[in-house]
Design a protein around this ligand. Structure first.
Ligand SMILES: *[C@@H]1O[C@H](CO)[C@@H](O)[C@H](O)[C@H]1NC(C)=O
Ligand SMILES: *[C@@H]1O[C@H](CO)[C@@H](O)[C@H](O)[C@H]1NC(C)=O
Ligand SMILES: *[C@@H]1O[C@H](CO)[C@@H](O)[C@H](O)[C@H]1NC(C)=O
Length: 403
């Protein structure tokens, strides 16, 4: 047995004070965490045979069907940092600050008056798809990520969420079904947010109410949609750019019902000559809206056109007319980026918390051996003179994050 060293590791664990002040923050978070209420969403849209999935798969462990820990995790992660619905500004991850244009209309949370809506007529039961019994991160199909992010967004803010299994039109392209389904949803909710499954909010902690203030949703606004990029295929017969129907915020009103009725009935040509073409031709219901409906519902406040840079595209599409999706990302450039988008919407919040915890508990795991010098296999406590010298030589045999 070798001789005991003449220092003790417990002295190495005497950390500076940086671990301690953060503990105060941490303690403040605990009651917030405990205060979260679990509310389950109706499962009537899922097959009745749906079982709680096994987690992790290879370990054959099932959580009890009534386990609430996941909704607690979500609330604990986002609850403390929700952006106020009537905040005067919002600073994004690039440090750009976006200011409300004026006095906010929405000062209270809308809660269940808002419906976040997914609509699909496909079964989506294949491997990696949302309605499959099992879903793993690896091999998850892009649209599952999109729809799960919608569900999570609703959960974070206490909005309603529904996935509607839509019937198909026998004679129209599949995406047409979203028109009558949105119309139905506007009978039960004051505001609906419909997103294609390749669309997601980039900042899940930023409430819809804030965006409604920012984008100036007035009493008379029927719907808000983003303009498409300035590219030839995105122009209607009159030479105006299409509005993208992959992201729609609509407000309940009699006139909104009329607009959706006109839209859904457009191909019958009772009102709009030539519209039947868009039953099957691209861009389907979007072209019907662009070529006819918006010219019929054209009071100044009827349709709010959102800038492409804010509500369309993704950073990878910035060279497509600057559509980088500041608030709402639409991954038409590369659907493969959807799961990364979902990861971003968790990690941008998870990471600071993990980092915070790392420092809160620093005194338990950061060992300061800088007061020692190395000699062969030995650590030898330095004299004050040696420590002075060390400061002068700092970084000599290191490089930034290098090896
Ligand atoms: C998984 O667990 C269930 C219930 O405990 C058991 O019936 C089943 O055989 C297990 N499956 C595997 C692959 O171990
Ligand atoms: C954002 O608004 C807050 C008040 O709500 C204000 O204190 C702050 O200075 C504003 N930030 C910017 C960058 O304008
Ligand atoms: C919002 O829209 C209304 C109606 O178009 C307009 O009168 C008002 O000035 C707008 N508000 C802001 C802050 O832009």
């Amino acid at each position: 047995m070798s001789a005991a060293p003449n220092y003790s590791y417990s002295s190495l664990a005497n950390m500076g004070p940086q671990g301690r002040w953060r503990r105060v923050l941490f303690i403040a978070l605990i009651p917030t965490l405990c205060a979260f209420v679990y509310y389950a969403y109706g499962s009537s849209y899922l097959p009745s045979t749906f079982k709680p999935s096994q987690y992790p798969y290879q370990h054959n462990v099932s959580l009890p069907a009534d386990d609430v820990s996941m909704s607690t995790v979500i609330k604990a992660l986002y609850g403390p940092i929700l952006h106020p619905v009537d905040a005067a500004n919002f600073t994004d991850e690039d440090g750009d600050t976006h200011h409300l244009p004026g006095e906010p209309r929405f000062k209270e949370r809308l809660g269940k008056r808002v419906l976040v809506l997914d609509i699909d007529s496909r079964p989506l039961t294949g491997d990696g798809q949302l309605m499959n019994q099992e879903l793993k991160w690896k091999g998850m199909r892009p649209l599952s990520a999109g729809m799960l992010s919608h569900y999570m967004y609703a959960m974070i803010h206490g909005y309603d969420y529904k996935f509607i299994r839509a019937p198909d039109y026998t004679d129209r392209w599949g995406t047409w079904v979203k028109v009558p389904m949105m119309k139905e949803a506007l009978k039960t909710h004051d505001y609906i947010v419909f997103m294609d499954s390749d669309v997601m909010f980039h900042y899940p902690h930023l409430p819809l109410e804030w965006l409604l203030n920012y984008w100036n949703m007035t009493q008379d606004t029927l719907a808000m949609m983003s303009i498409d990029p300035d590219e030839p295929q995105n122009y209607d017969a009159k030479g105006n750019r299409y509005l993208n129907t992959g992201f729609v915020i609509a407000q309940q009103s009699k006139r909104t019902q009329e607009m959706y009725k006109a839209w859904a009935e457009c191909p019958s040509e009772n009102r709009y000559t030539g519209c039947s073409r868009w039953k099957l031709d691209w861009a389907h219901e979007q072209a019907a809206f662009g070529n006819y409906i918006r010219y019929d519902f054209d009071r100044p406040d009827d349709i709010r056109v959102l800038p492409c840079v804010e509500a369309n595209g993704a950073p990878e599409a910035v060279n497509r007319g600057g559509c980088k999706g500041i608030f709402v990302r639409h991954f038409w450039v590369d659907k493969g980026l959807l799961s990364k988008g979902l990861a971003d919407s968790v990690m941008q919040y998870f990471l600071p918390r993990l980092h915070q915890l790392y420092h809160q508990t620093a005194s338990e795991h950061i060992v300061d051996a800088k007061g020692y010098r190395l000699k062969g296999a030995e650590l030898i406590e330095m004299t004050p003179e040696e420590q002075e010298q060390l400061k002068k030589d700092q970084g000599k045999n290191q490089k930034d994050e290098g090896f």
